[in-house]
Write a protein that binds this ligand. Structure first.
Ligand code: PLP
Length: 386
């Protein structure tokens, strides 16, 4: 059976070149980067080389990059670190209502510890306006954290404008860019970003490694205490092979980021147009143009997202009904609800996310299968009368 993987927002395949770059660090070069002997220095050099690759991709300096265990850890470190360090200045944090749970659940944790969080509402496209941030900033605001691109509906936020406002008001600006890095051009200096989270496995790198960019001059206390790794900002022996993989993956993704984005967004738009022309009563979720190159998300009226996913899976197509972390629960997506969608419609949403390996044939295959699935399910639906 033909298999089509369209869940790249959940995770991506490991690029072969990335794997090849990693292998020596899983075999022959096994030293601890903190060791002063030859074996250690080989590993140390590899970590520093990867740090340079990550920094270059973001327009940052090498010493502004910290390696972490995942995107979630980067988000936790940014939020909890600023909260701890700046709590005497104020206890107010601004975020959006459509963030990944790595941000939202960390905010809920901080609320339990006396911080006040403003969750900015989004419009029907899942978009925040920079002016909302301006209006929400108070004397005691210490941090604004707004995601770069939404993992469910793909909407890209006005990051540069939000960064400008934060700088005018001397408020630290963090962005969870896990879905955007390697897919959208990012320059942390031009965009006034103080902190940025990323994760290797969302850009065809390995799982279990991420990074946090922290602007020079910002001192963020560590989340993990122990050894002096990462200049005392993240204790624990480095995941050397993973870090090498992250460096290689980000370098590959950013080599022709404009070309890659164009290729992927034209496939994306073909899929969107195909679904809209072949299935009646569907609604594209997210912004039509301010959108991650690989994201397609539709609400399909009268039927359950879960049943569509099951039928797609039977036909070899891997998709998702929202974020992988909440699938398995029957709660509708907090992102779609925040966009003002009624519960019933939010239940009938399907996310198809493209990756480097997605081909035109994959798109054609989905378009040959999905309309029929929808028709069959609608015929069985008690809600459907047409
Ligand atoms: C996947 C994802 C994360 C979490 O990254 P992990 O490396 O899986 O912990 C955080 N934020 C967003 C937007 C994501 O898509």
């Amino acid at each position: 059976m033909r298999r089509v993987y369209m869940d790249n927002a959940a995770t991506t395949s490991l690029n072969k070149e990335v794997l090849n770059a990693m292998i020596p660090y899983l075999t022959d070069i096994y030293g601890n980067p903190s060791s002063l002997h030859y074996f250690g220095q080989q590993a140390h050099t590899a970590v520093e080389n990867a740090r340079h690759q990550v920094a270059s991709a973001l327009g940052a300096a090498d010493n502004e990059i910290i390696f972490t265990g995942c995107g979630t850890e980067s988000d936790n470190m940014a939020l909890k670190g600023v909260a701890e360090k700046y709590q005497n200045k104020g206890k107010h944090i601004i975020t959006s209502s459509v963030e990944h749970h790595a941000i939202l659940h960390t905010c809920q944790y901080l609320e339990k510890h006396g911080f006040e969080i403003t969750y900015l509402p989004v419009d029907e496209y899942g978009m925040i306006k920079a002016e909302q941030v301006r209006n929400a900033i108070r004397e005691d605001t210490i941090l604004v954290s707004i995601m770069f691109g939404n993992n469910e509906v793909g909407t890209i936020m006005p990051i540069k404008e939000i960064g400008e406002i934060c700088h005018e008001r001397s408020v630290i600006f963090h962005t969870d860019a896990v879905q955007a890095v390697g897919h959208v051009e990012i320059d942390v200096k031009k965009m006034n970003i103080d902190m940025l989270s990323l994760s290797a496995h969302k850009l065809h790198g390995p799982k279990g490694v991420g990074a946090l960019y922290i602007r020079k001059g910002l001192i963020i206390p560590p989340l993990l205490h122990g050894g002096a790794q990462e200049r005392k900002r993240r204790a624990g022996t480095e995941n050397v092979a993973g870090i090498v993989g992250l460096g290689k993956a980000i370098e590959l993704a950013c080599t022709d980021i404009t070309g890659n984005a164009q290729r992927m967004s034209s496939l994306r738009d073909k899929l969107i147009a195909g679904i809209e022309s072949s299935i009646p009563e569907v609604k594209l979720n997210g912004h039509r143009t301010e959108r991650l190159p690989g994201n397609v998300n539709f609400s399909i009226k009268y039927i359950e997202g879960e049943s569509i996913l099951l039928m797609l899976d039977i036909n070899g197509i891997a998709a998702s009904s929202g974020s992988a972390c909440t699938s398995g629960s029957l709660d509708p997506s907090h992102v779609l609800l925040a966009m003002g969608m009624p519960h019933e419609t939010a239940h009938g949403s399907v996310r198809l996310t493209l990756g480097d390996e997605t081909t035109e044939e994959d798109i054609d295959y989905v378009l040959s299968v999905l309309p029929e699935i929808v028709m069959k399910l609608r015929k069985m639906s008690p809600l459907y009368h047409g």
